[in-house]
Design a protein around this ligand. Structure first.
Ligand SMILES: NC(=O)c1ccc[n+]([C@@H]2O[C@H](COP(=O)([O-])OP(=O)(O)OC[C@H]3O[C@@H](n4cnc5c(N)ncnc54)[C@H](OP(=O)(O)O)[C@@H]3O)[C@@H](O)[C@H]2O)c1
Length: 292
């Protein structure tokens, strides 16, 4: 049995949708969530819905019973808490007799990274590699969806405000990450390996702004602002809590070109190149035009 945690989230839902049609004969699928009620619609598709809270190790041990391969989708909490959550999941997999754990890490998870949340990922990777479990690590680049989500506002205001400077960024649509992860989950092998799931090229936010202008045929200007302005833009520290420092530090990492690299790991898994951010923007523009 394969179990996907975080299955109610954006990435988890996309993985389940792509994994179901390619499940090997005789293989079963289970999903983990803190709130099984949220996923009860999956029951009709023969999916086993299990309660699993990263803060509650016993719930994870129970959820992982009879599961041979777990996909741990990284959680969402301040660093110390999130590392503890992931530690709980890895240790629960060992105790439940799971053989193989796959983890959604993040691009450039290095101790020297300026990005605050990099710590969660390099520490989790280390815990997993030392756990004795067979591991597969997916270092997911920036979701292109995060950029696209802001397009309406950019078109309205005629500007894209960010603090990435001239930093080049790697990014990939979530659905492409999900396609690669689903393929790996459905296939034998891929043990003790790390995949860098990036788009086919890197870009600056200024270039992305031009692609948005072209695709939507409306002028949008890139405005590089300072961190104080970013704070204001997001409504201040109070509304974003621990995430605010994550956002600000992500811009520092972008400015320092920490994400200026691409990998062909996606192509190795899928046998094709991933959709680029430019193509993704064009696709979104077409969809929004046809929606009226
Ligand atoms: N690469 C990037 O650009 C990028 C950007 C943002 C985030 N991320 C990371 O990627 C992950 C997945 O992205 P997404 O877009 O799918 O996020 P999402 O839509 O917010 O979903 C997060 C999932 O995590 C689960 N979760 C959170 N805390 C949990 C806990 N204590 N116990 C069990 N499950 C918990 C939630 O499950 P339930 O609520 O059902 O329990 C939810 O399904 C994020 O959580 C984050 O770590 C990556």
């Amino acid at each position: 049995m394969i179990l996907v945690t975080g299955a109610s989230g954006h990435l988890g839902q996309s993985i389940i949708e792509k994994l179901l049609p390619q499940l090997p004969e005789g293989e079963n699928l289970a999903v983990g969530t803190r709130n099984p009620e949220k996923l009860k619609h999956l029951k009709d598709q023969g999916i086993d819905i299990r309660e699993a809270d990263y803060n509650d190790k016993n719930s994870l041990i129970t959820a992982f019973r009879g599961v041979s391969k777990v996909l741990l989708i990284s959680g969402h909490a301040p660093n110390d808490e999130r590392i503890k959550q992931h530690k709980n999941a890895i240790s629960a997999a060992v105790l439940a007799g799971t053989k193989h754990l796959c983890y959604t890490s993040f691009t450039h998870p290095a101790p020297e990274s300026r990005f605050l949340f990099a710590e969660v990922h390099y520490k989790t990777e280390e815990l997993l590699k030392n756990s004795g479990l067979t591991y597969t690590i997916f270092r997911n680049a920036w979701y292109a969806d995060l950029l696209v989500e802001g397009i309406e506002q950019m078109l309205e205001g005629g500007k894209f405000e960010a603090a990435a400077g001239n930093g080049r960024i790697n990014s990939i649509p979530r659905s492409e990450i999900a396609a690669a992860i689903a393929k790996v989950l459905a296939s034998p092998g891929y043990g003790n390996s790390t995949f860098e799931l990036t788009g086919p090229d890197t870009f600056t936010y200024e270039e992305a702004t031009q692609w948005i202008s072209e695709a939507y045929q409306k002028e949008v200007k890139y405005l590089d602002v300072n961190t104080e302005q970013i704070r204001k833009l997001y409504g201040g520290d109070a509304s974003f809590g621990f995430e605010m420092q994550g956002i600000l530090s992500s811009y520092e990492a972008m400015q320092a070109n920490e994400y200026d690299y691409v990998s062909d790991d996606f192509e190795k898994i899928m046998g094709r190149k991933p959709l680029s951010v430019r193509e993704f923007i064009q696709e979104q523009a077409k969809q929004s035009k046809s929606a009226g």
